[in-house]
Design a protein around this ligand. Structure first.
Ligand SMILES: [Zn+2]
Length: 404
């Protein structure tokens, strides 16, 4: 299938103009609706340049004049000062998130509003990548036709996968959801859909969701730690997602917390995930019984829900399992805070709904392990937005890649 290479905007700007164009869009992303004169002040470019850039963006449909603004104010000459905002209907993005027991498919506009979403059960690690791509695509087509939008306005497809993703090539080097290594998943999906596809580590997509639609509006630098079936991290530094030199940086879940410690599913020992992820918690709980197969995603999910309930009901042996996991993660985050000194840390993912004992231990370990003498009151925020966060992350990824 021929690839539909869509770009948001017909004007191909020269590098200097592209920089200003991006600055205008960034300013509107952070501040919502802004008048032209204020854009010039915030960005530090001349009002004349703002006029040129914004008229191009208006013509391209990337931005629009604010509708029904209650704050639409009057200038001294009595002329209304029109404010500009991003146009959410300039394009649409499809998002897919593949986790251990399900694939979530969504369609969003460019403001991250979800127009349709569906969850499909998959048996990660057992179903072939091609099969997963096929069933996701079927669902994507159903959602697009159900939404009534023009499929030509879909700018691209953002896919989040846990694991090592080589972003520039779209190669999944290793992921617990696939049984093979080096899966060319971007190519597999593009061949089937014709949509431009961007594939990234799922924690990076959460960080992009926060950048465009969450804490990133107020903080140019922040850290996201995701606690799902595994542990991930996304780092945004001065408005830019940090991916490392080869595209798979920030693999916090596989940093070592205990030298020679518990075996991790990546094959190494002592990783944070080997203590905090679902399989690690179930592995410990198996000693208490009843035992479950930790490589069966559906049985694992049911077991974890059960263990959370047991811990919250006061079962001391189960509480000790969650306390150990929370302590490991809290200590790991303390290491990150000492290295990076971020102004805010966001905790995101399905396991933001973990046992109370897990979070109590996490906060305690975080406070106890940050370098003494520094301000120990870390601004830790919990985002339990669930699958919406991933869908927004996909929209953000497509926006970053197609906005010119
Ligand atoms: Zn590992």
């Amino acid at each position: 299938m021929e690839l539909r290479d869509k770009r948001l905007g017909r004007h191909i700007p020269d590098p200097a103009r592209a920089k200003n164009r991006k600055a205008v869009v960034d300013c509107l992303r952070r501040r919502g609706a802004v008048a032209r004169i204020e854009l010039a002040e915030h960005i530090g470019i001349s009002p004349a340049t703002v006029t040129i850039i914004t008229s191009e963006l208006l013509e391209d449909g990337v931005i629009r004049e604010e509708r029904d603004s209650p704050e639409r104010d009057e200038t001294v000459r009595g002329r209304p000062r029109t404010r500009l905002e991003l146009n959410p209907e300039a394009g649409f993005a499809v998002g897919i998130k593949i986790s251990m027991h399900q694939a979530s498919v969504s369609l969003t506009d460019l403001s991250g509003n979800i127009l349709g979403a569906e969850t499909i059960p998959v048996r990660a690690n057992r179903d072939a990548p091609e099969w997963i791509a096929d069933i996701c695509m079927k669902q994507v087509q159903t959602i697009i036709s159900g939404s009534g939008i023009d499929p030509n306005l879909v700018l691209g497809l953002g896919i989040g996968v846990p694991g090592y993703i080589e972003y520039p090539s779209g190669l999944v080097r290793w992921a617990p959801v696939f049984s093979e290594r080096d899966v060319p998943f971007r190519e597999i999906v593009e061949k089937r859909t014709g949509f431009r596809t961007f594939i990234d580590n799922d924690a990076n997509m959460t960080a992009l969701a926060e950048k465009w639609f969450g804490v990133g509006r107020a903080f140019p630098t922040f850290l996201v730690v995701t606690v799902e079936h595994g542990v991930g991290m996304g780092l945004v530094v001065n408005e830019k997602l940090y991916r490392g030199s080869r595209g798979f940086g920030a693999e916090f879940g596989h940093t070592k917390i205990v030298v020679g410690g518990a075996l991790c599913r990546c094959g190494q020992r002592g990783c944070i995930e080997a203590y905090v992820s679902d399989y690690a918690i179930a592995r410990e709980a198996n000693i208490l019984g009843p035992s479950v197969a930790t490589d069966d995603p559906i049985a694992l999910e049911a077991r974890i829900q059960n263990l959370i309930a047991q811990a919250d009901a006061g079962d001391s042996a189960v509480i000790s399992i969650f306390e150990r996991a929370g302590t490991m993660l809290g200590t790991g985050i303390a290491n990150l805070v000492d290295i990076l000194d971020p102004p805010v840390v966001v905790l995101s993912g399905a396991r933001t709904h973990s046992a109370k004992a897990f979070y109590a231990a996490l906060r305690k370990a975080l406070e106890n392990n940050i370098l003494a003498g520094t301000d120990t009151s870390v601004d830790l925020r919990i985002d339990s937005g669930g699958d919406e966060v991933w869908a927004r992350g996909a929209a953000a990824l497509v926006l970053e890649e197609t906005l010119i």
